[in-house]
Design a protein around this ligand. Structure first.
Ligand SMILES: [Zn+2]
Length: 379
């Protein structure tokens, strides 16, 4: 069983501070995992990731199955040596990508059949095939293949998807061959409390190393997401890590930590970085906006990342306007640093027993700044 210990509880919320120990190192929780879908956090080297204090990289089974394929990972001995990332890796099972393919796949009890976008060949991603691929990848934490549907689906469709997810979770557990690789189950049930409860009840009877909340941020509102997170997190065993999949913005993380979530991943800091948006202490900044052409100030005066220590907004704006590849790279470094710093502050606040107050202040500050772009301290 994946070693996980809770070191401290917050006094004013359900937030908790923990450590989980993987074969490639310890992870301090709450933790944000950098999304490295194709065995790379786009544009960043493993050294860059270490500099911004990334603890875990999340890679994707679906994409890696299609290219470079299981054989390569078996030949080189797994993802860590291949991408030269020495730290923990979590692999998503591919369930979400299959869901996103819409018309191009058929899902049956056996698994999902789909055509490769790489070579047009047909593939079958079953629970067993997903575990076999994740075993070849050699991730520290594997996820079960789940049936992901939109949060807005009706109750009977949501129930059917949840029940198949449970059968697939048992098949995943039976298919696991390397005890060094942890396996997390995924609680489904959409935004229906009775289904979330049924899903948590079923899955927590099984010897999974951790439990994820799936099926959120797929059509639900922020309020629904927060309600489900609070409700469902309480249904999960206190002694196992809890992972909220694919969520979200800094306010989403602050609220979910208060509900007792330990692990997060989201494409936002890197995807928005590539599009020219930065998360800063004074709200989101679109670096391509005209006003930044004359802003000879750091991107975020309160940030200690390599980008903010060296470069001005006017330079970053200029690089984006010229489509220079350094531009998104510098913004991604900053955005990941911003997310990881938020988590480090949250961990310190939980240890000090004042997380509820910290989170309230941060949420108020984000609300206040979200639509302004006025950090103009001279360099
Ligand atoms: Zn910065």
């Amino acid at each position: 069983m994946l070693p996980f210990s809770v070191l401290a509880h917050d006094s004013g919320s359900r937030a908790r501070r923990g450590t989980l120990v993987t074969a490639h190192g310890a992870v301090q929780t709450p933790a944000f995992m950098a999304v490295g879908t194709r065995a790379t956090v786009t544009g960043l080297t493993p050294d860059d990731l270490a500099q911004v204090r990334t603890q875990v990289v999340l890679a994707n089974t679906y994409h890696l199955l299609l290219r470079p394929g299981a054989e390569l990972f078996r030949r080189v001995g797994g993802i860590h040596g291949f991408m030269r990332w020495p730290g923990p890796v979590l692999t998503d099972s591919g369930g979400y990508q299959i869901f996103s393919l819409a018309g191009d796949r058929t899902i049956s009890e056996k698994g999902a059949r789909f055509k490769s976008y790489v070579d047009q060949r047909m593939h079958m991603l079953s629970p067993e095939a997903s575990i076999a691929m994740q075993t070849a990848i050699g991730s520290d934490i594997m996820m079960v293949l789940d049936v992901c549907i939109e949060s807005t689906a009706d109750e009977s469709a949501t129930r059917a998807a949840m029940e198949r997810t449970h059968r697939w979770a048992l098949r995943s557990l039976a298919a696991r061959s390397n005890p060094q690789q942890a396996l997390f189950a995924i609680v489904q049930g959409g935004v229906v409390p009775a289904l979330r409860r049924a899903s948590a009840d079923f899955l927590t009877q099984q010897p999974f190393d951790g439990f994820a909340l799936g099926g959120l941020a797929v059509g639900d509102t922020r309020t629904q997401r927060e309600e489900v997170t609070h409700f469902a997190a309480e249904l999960l065993p206190a002694q196992r890590p809890r992972y909220l999949m694919g969520v979200g913005t800094p306010p989403d993380l602050l609220v979910a930590i208060g509900a007792g979530i330990d692990m997060f991943d989201c494409v936002l800091p890197t995807h928005l970085g590539w599009q020219g948006t930065a998360f800063t202490s004074t709200g989101r900044v679109r670096i391509t906006r005209g006003a930044n052409a004359h802003a000879d100030v750091p991107l975020d005066a309160e940030c200690g990342c390599a980008t903010c220590k060296s470069f001005s907004r006017s330079y970053l704006h200029y690089l984006f306007k010229c489509s220079e590849p350094l531009a998104p790279r510098l913004l991604c470094i900053h955005n990941l640093h911003h997310y990881h710093t938020l988590m480090a502050e949250a961990r310190a606040a939980i240890e000090a027993g004042c997380y509820a107050t910290y989170a309230r202040r941060r949420l108020e500050a984000i609300d206040r700044h979200e639509h302004s772009d006025v950090s103009m301290t001279p360099v």
